[in-house]
Design a protein around this ligand. Structure first.
Ligand SMILES: Nc1ncnc2c1ncn2[C@@H]1O[C@H](COP(=O)(O)OP(=O)(O)O)[C@@H](O)[C@H]1O
Ligand SMILES: O=C(O)[C@@H](CO)OP(=O)(O)O
Length: 377
């Protein structure tokens, strides 16, 4: 039996690499003859650099940059050929901010701009920035300031102070810094910058904003949009990704591309799927969002395109059997169910994922030999 194990991270408990390894170990324990191809994946959020490095090789560069709260953090980006892959969450991710200090009015994306400048300085002609898992809501203002936008000081203090911007922001130096460089925002978030579906309203609460702060942050981003772009970039799909970092990148000539498509293409998923009997994917929470372009959906589609069955092993599953089947997913399995409780699934995630994978392996082995029966959980 040949299987491809291609999960996203289980946010908060397992990186994509750890999840893939746990599934492989569990499966092998029940089916030692299995040929397993491990392809841990990312949609541009946390894990982006690690999974691309695993798949592509290349050189990791380390840089000390401004963290989300203004203190330095160490971040790594990948250089493969003339392309640099930057993971914005390494510079300004939510996981970088202790829970009691979460405040999307204060956090800055400045470190992302410092990483872009570092990569361009190292000779990159193409810079792909993975967006997601951010702690920020500053429209990419900090990133732009690090690349030379003025007034720099007014742009690096987080999202809230943007409300006080009194004159147009001068983007000439930031655009000049990227002359001749292709800049790509890799994300599968299609939200605009502002309003009901914008960065503040949709992603502000997970970063610590209450309803009042969401309103204030949205107004501050509107002031930033007035000071930066009289045109329609604020409406663009993906402008609202990573607290508006998508918008900031669009302002300096960036384009938005699907992070899932970028990663699946870079790791060559289609070729591995074609040679497999079964594809396994997964993530922390497999819900209706997952069926709207998130990573497991992309993997399931790649499997369906080649007529290979796909199963999902997730922390929690909130997708019905029919919905999953319509997305080309044969079976879904939940760690919360197999471990017996959310607490157990969260606290013993690797061990429980190994056990679940072994159980699924026995069912598939049984089904293949005609002696067993598969069922959807
Ligand atoms: N081991 C686990 N067991 C159960 N649920 C998990 C586990 N790990 C993560 N989760 C759930 O998944 C959620 C994150 O969802 P995930 O799909 O990984 O990320 P995102 O939605 O940011 O892409 C967490 O908030 C948590 O509720
Ligand atoms: O960083 C963020 O603001 C959001 C959207 O880009 O990320 P995630 O989808 O990982 O919650």
């Amino acid at each position: 039996m040949r299987i491809v194990i291609a999960p996203d991270k289980f946010a908060g408990t397992l990186s994509a690499v750890e999840a893939a390894e746990a599934v492989a170990e569990g499966w092998r324990s029940a089916d030692p003859g299995v040929q397993a191809r491990l392809l841990p994946l990312s949609d541009g959020g946390p894990g982006f650099v690690e999974v691309l490095h695993t798949a592509l090789g290349g050189t990791l560069h380390e840089a000390e940059v401004t963290g989300p709260l203004g203190t330095p953090v160490s971040a790594r980006y990948l250089v493969s050929g003339a392309t640099a892959y930057i993971e914005s969450a390494q510079a300004c991710g939510l996981h970088r901010v202790p829970e009691d200090r979460r405040d999307p009015g204060r956090t800055t994306s400045r470190g992302v701009g410092e990483l872009i400048a570092d990569a361009v300085g190292a000779g990159a002609r193409s810079v792909v920035v993975g967006l997601g898992g951010s702690s920020t809501n500053d429209g990419g203002a900090g990133m732009l300031a690090a690349l030379g936008a003025e007034p720099g000081a007014g742009l690096s203090g987080g999202g809230a102070v943007l409300a006080g911007l009194e004159r147009p922001v001068d983007l000439a130096a930031a655009r000049e810094a990227l002359r001749g460089v292709s800049l790509v925002a890799a994300t599968d978030v299609d939200n605009p910058l502002l309003g009901l579906h914008g960065a503040s309203a949709v992603f502000g609460p997970q970063k610590g904003a209450d309803a009042d702060q969401v309103q204030r942050l949205d107004a501050a981003l509107a002031a930033f949009a007035e000071a930066t772009d009289p045109g329609g970039l604020r409406e663009a799909s993906g402008a609202g990704a990573a607290g508006g970092l998508g918008y900031g990148m669009l302002l300096i000539g960036g384009t938005v591309e699907s992070g899932v498509a970028r990663v699946l293409g870079a790791v060559g998923l289609a070729g591995d799927v074609a040679a497999a009997d079964l594809v396994i994917t997964g993530e922390g929470s497999f819900d209706t969002q997952s069926l709207r372009g998130k990573l497991p959906h992309g993997v399931a589609k790649a499997a369906a395109d080649q007529g290979v069955p796909c199963v999902v092993l997730a922390g929690a599953v909130a997708v019905g059997r029919q919905e999953a089947a319509a997305a080309g997913i044969a079976e879904t399995y939940s760690l919360v169910e197999s471990a017996g409780s959310t607490e157990a699934a969260l606290s013993r995630s690797a061990e429980e994922l190994r056990k679940l994978a072994a159980d699924v392996a026995r069912r598939w082995a049984g089904a293949r030999s005609g002696a067993g029966e598969r069922r959807d959980d």
